[in-house]
Structures are given as structure tokens and as C-alpha cells.
Design a protein. Structure first.
Length: 531
């Protein structure tokens, strides 16, 4: 019941656990509305009879894969965030009530009187142990389809160069069977152990989020539709899979090094077409030439005072920092007017909106951990900081707009400090775009999906509002984008539907596109190419 501590049990296969499970235990201990009452340890007696089956080649395959894990472990230890990923922790001293379970349904759990039984790594008897808790047994599962198993977590997605890697938080209960409480997809990282570390980190974060909701509500947890299984698991890697994986990784590293040696790199560019977005022909759009040693991206366009101005992220490749510049478009060409906003931190995504007769800009400033709004003092070059509307938040690509008398913010927040702003979409609302108090949407995050969560612009067609979203690819930021009509947006609901996809095929040689905006009869888009 609300007001009473949530009674939690933890079922693991060994007292020696991963950093994520150890952190989960410490986090529960620190909550005032939760209590970790029991640790259940189910050790298989003698191990699985199939664990070492398969003969000499299978044994050789296991040794090869173990070697890969050691090599990538050395690489991962150089990461500031995941350097401790391979450490192990003993839970024996952190939980008083420890119960060793035999193989089987383990009826000894039934007297525990729990609200939730956490089983982070799953258990062969999930349906049976679910009876031990009022809200069932909660588990984390790591393939596209909940319940799928097979092979090392997060390996096959890297092997197959999948765009995303999936996880699900599932609940097993006696009355309803299995439900998916939360599902998500993250961008697949470029090597296996990093992909696994990021995946486990984010999955355990959302397990905590759901526990917080259960503690606050007394146990309510919504179920969602099953996530399609795009990439079915393929079992334990054989030696030729592992060696093929290594060869592909080395080939990618060599290709990138050769590109650097010959002076080539991927750069963004901006194009514009003199037509509304519903009619624009992108292959005929005029390309704005990048300034020397810089590239431009994230274009937003406006017609004001008889002038067509495009504001862009102006990225300096030498300093590795973005600023905001303005380009004026006349006829089929554009000229750079210069910098309009520069800070001592990175700026991008110069989102424009109008309020009370004034023009405002909300650029992305996640490096400064805030969301800020600038007012245009003298169009188009003179801007001043008007207000910081949200602080101590790592948010990217925020878009503010009015709908039915309420101001809304759609933004991409990194909830774990991992540097990933591509996977979660959050919504907030307020009475004014300059408010400092924004109410979070009760369904936050609205999306956990790197294929469509990150914002890439806002479009309008009459009264209809469309959110442009980015699609991330394997080792490729901004692989493509899509246009989503916002169907329902209220203080309780949010839904959208994809109406069009924008792929980097509208001009030869493109490798990606991730942004579109349209205003005043002009449509702007960015694209990625090797140049």
C-alpha cells in the first residue's frame, strides 16, 4: 500500500554479483520507501549438463571467445565510466536474510511475504517464484523479444552491425502470466563489451524507475506491447564467428585510419529548397558550402523583416566545439553572416520559436547541463540570454511550442550520465516558454528507442504538428530520419505516428541525414558525407 515500504526480495545465481546488481542493492537500501528483506541464491548443483557439451571444436570456441572478452576488457578499463564493469561484488554482508535455494520451484520462497521479487538475470522457474511476491517477479531480458535467450548478451547485435540493441523489463505474475512493463532500444556500440556495459547500465536504471513508481503508487505498473524481435539470438558464438567478428573490427579500424591518412572524414552539410516541406524535392536542394575547417548542421529557417535567414550549428573541427551562425539565403545561394551566439561550451540545434511578439532561440547546451533560451534583440545577429529554464540536466535538442494554450517541451535527456542523448524522449509542460518550473509528463520517458527518440526538427501543416526524429545506425550518428505526426498530446497522453521516412538517398554519396525544418516557403535539411 502507498506509505508503506515496498518489501523486496532479490534472487541471484551467486552471492558474487556484477556492479549493476551491487549498485541496485545499495540504491534500494538508500530509499526510504523500500526495504530489501531477502537474498535468495540459487546455485545449480553440479552445473548444467549441457554447459560443456559439443566436443573439441566447442571447447576451442569457448577459449577463443574468452580471449576476446579479455582483450575487450582491457579496452573497456580505459573508459572513465565503465572501467569497473568487470569487477565483482559479494552481497553476503549487505543483506541479513540469505536463503540458499535448490534447483526447482523452491516453495521456501512462498513464506517471504514480499511485494516484489527482483530476478535481474532471470531464472528457469520464473513463473513458480512469481508466487512469492504480491507484484510478481521482475526480470531483465536483453533481446528484441522478451523471453528470448541465446548467447552472450549484446554480442550478436555488434556482430551483425544491428542499429540498436534491445532490453525489456518483464513481470511474471500468477494472475496475468508475463507482462512487459518497459521496453527499450539503445544504439549498438562499436564493440561487444562496451555494448553490454551500456545496455546493462540503462536496463538497471529503468528497473529502479519502475520500482520507484511501484513504491509511490502501491504497485501499479503499466504493461506495453511486446517489442518486435528484429535480430533473433544465434546461440553461443563458434570460433569462426568470433574470428570473423575480430576480422571485421580490425577491418573497420584500418578503414578509419586510412581515411584519416588521406585526409578524409565525415562532415555534415546543409541544403535548402524553396518550397514547403510537403512539396520540397530534396535532390534539387541547393547545398550551402561549408566554411573552411568547419561544417554546419541542425538548420532552422525563418522569414523575418523580408529576409530569409537560416540559423545553424557551426562546428569548428579544430576546437571540437559548436557555435550558432546565421546564413542569409537569396535566390539559390546563401552567404554566411557570421556568428550570432558563442559560449565557452558546445552549442548546437538552434531551435526557433516566437512568443509575445519576440523571436527566441533554444539551442542545445547539454555540455553546460542546462536548457536556456535566448531573445533576439536585433534580427538576425544580436541575441542575449533571456533565461535558463532548466538546470542540472543533460538534455539535447529541446523543442518548445504552444498547443491549445499550453507550452510544451520535447527534449532528449541522458538519465544515466552515459553521454547518450539518442534513446529517450521526454515531455514537459508549462504556462509559458520562459517558466522555470516545468511539469514532467506522467509517461516520461515517452520513448526509449534510438531509432526514433531523438528530435530532429518540428514541422507544421495547418493545425497539424509533426516531430522529426533521428534514426541512429551502427557506429553512425544520424543514419536517417522520419517525420511523425503528433496525434495526441495532453497532460496525460502522448502518441505519434510515422508518416514519412527521410533517407540519405536523395543525393549520391550521402551517408546520413538527421534534421529537417521548414518555414516561410523554405525547407532546410542536413546530410552527412565523406569529404
Amino acid at each position: 500500500m502507498p506509505g508503506e515500504p515496498l518489501r523486496i526480495g532479490l534472487l541471484v545465481s551467486d552471492r558474487i554479483v556484477s556492479p549493476q546488481v551491487n549498485d541496485l542493492v545499495g540504491w534500494v537500501h538508500a530509499q526510504g520507501n523500500m526495504r530489501l528483506e531477502h537474498l535468495f541464491v540459487r546455485k545449480a548443483r553440479g552445473g548444467s549438463p549441457h554447459r560443456h557439451a559439443g566436443g573439441l571444436y566447442a571447447a576451442f570456441s569457448r577459449r577463443i571467445f574468452a580471449g576476446l572478452e579479455r582483450l575487450e576488457g582491457m579496452l573497456l578499463r580505459r573508459s572513465s565510466r565503465y572501467s569497473q564493469f568487470s569487477r565483482q561484488f559479494d552481497l553476503g554482508s549487505s543483506i541479513q536474510n540469505v536463503v540458499d535455494l535448490p534447483d526447482g520451484p523452491a516453495p521456501s520462497l512462498l513464506g517471504a511475504k514480499l511485494d516484489v521479487l527482483l530476478v535481474p538475470d532471470g531464472d528457469p522457474w520464473m513463473k513458480d517464484v512469481a508466487a512469492a511476491a504480491r507484484l510478481g517477479a521482475w526480470s531483465l531480458e536483453y533481446t528484441g523479444h522478451p523471453g528470448s535467450v541465446g548467447g552472450p548478451v549484446a554480442f550478436w547485435e555488434v556482430f551483425s552491425r544491428a542499429d540498436s540493441t534491445a532490453f525489456s523489463v518483464c513481470r511474471y505474475a500468477l494472475d496475468s502470466g508475463k507482462e512487459v512493463m518497459l521496453r527499450g532500444r539503445l544504439p549498438t556500440r562499436h564493440y561487444f563489451l562496451l555494448n553490454r556495459a551500456v545496455l546493462l547500465d540503462r536496463a538497471h536504471h529503468y528497473l529502479k524507475v519502475l520500482l520507484e513508481r511501484a513504491a509511490a503508487s502501491g504497485g501499479e505498473a503499466r504493461a506495453v506491447a511486446p517489442l518486435p524481435d528484429d535480430h533473433a539470438p544465434a546461440g553461443t558464438p563458434s570460433a569462426h564467428h568470433t574470428l570473423g567478428y575480430v576480422a571485421r573490427m580490425l577491418g573497420a579500424m584500418l578503414r578509419k585510419r586510412v581515411q584519416r591518412l588521406v585526409g578524409k572524414e565525415y562532415c555534415w552539410e546543409v541544403s535548402f529548397a524553396r518550397d514547403n516541406w510537403t512539396r520540397a524535392v530534396l535532390r534539387d536542394a541547393a547545398v550551402i558550402e561549408n566554411p573552411t575547417d568547419r561544417y554546419i548542421a541542425d538548420p532552422f529557417v525563418i522569414r523575418r523583416d523580408g529576409r530569409d535567414i537560416c540559423f545553424v550549428e557551426d562546428y569548428d573541427r579544430r576546437s571540437g566545439r559548436g557555435r550558432i551562425s546565421a546564413f542569409e539565403m537569396t535566390g539559390g545561394s546563401a552567404v554566411c553572416l557570421g556568428l550570432v551566439i558563442a559560449e565557452d561550451f558546445h552549442l548546437s540545434f538552434p531551435y526557433l520559436f516566437e512568443f509575445d511578439g519576440s523571436l527566441f532561440m533554444c539551442p542545445e547546451s547539454s555540455e553546460n547541463r542546462d536548457i536556456r533560451v535566448y531573445r533576439c534583440v536585433d534580427f538576425p545577429m544580436n541575441w542575449k540570454l533571456e533565461k535558463t529554464i532548466m538546470s542540472n540536466v543533460s538534455a539535447a535538442d529541446s523543442m518548445l511550442f504552444e498547443k491549445e494554450g499550453r507550452w510544451w517541451m520535447l527534449t532528449n535527456i541522458d538519465p544515466c550520465g552515459s553521454g547518450d542523448h539518442c534513446s529517450e524522449l521526454f515531455a514537459f509542460h508549462a504556462t509559458s516558454p520562459l517558466d522555470e518550473q516545468w511539469t514532467p509528463h506522467p509517461k516520461n520517458p515517452l520513448l526509449v528507442d534510438s531509432r526514433s527518440a531523438r528530435n530532429g526538427g518540428l514541422l507544421r501543416d495547418g493545425e497539424k504538428i509533426y516531430r522529426v526524429s533521428q534514426r541512429q545506425g551502427f557506429d553512425r550518428y544520424g543514419k536517417g530520419s522520419q517525420i511523425n505526426e503528433i496525434l495526441h498530446l495532453s497532460e496525460d497522453e502522448y502518441s505519434e505516428a510515422c508518416v514519412a521516412a527521410v533517407r540519405p538517398s536523395f543525393r549520391p554519396g550521402l551517408a546520413g541525414t538527421h534534421h529537417m525544418h521548414s518555414s516561410g516557403g523554405i525547407t532546410v535539411v542536413d546530410s552527412l558525407r565523406l569529404s
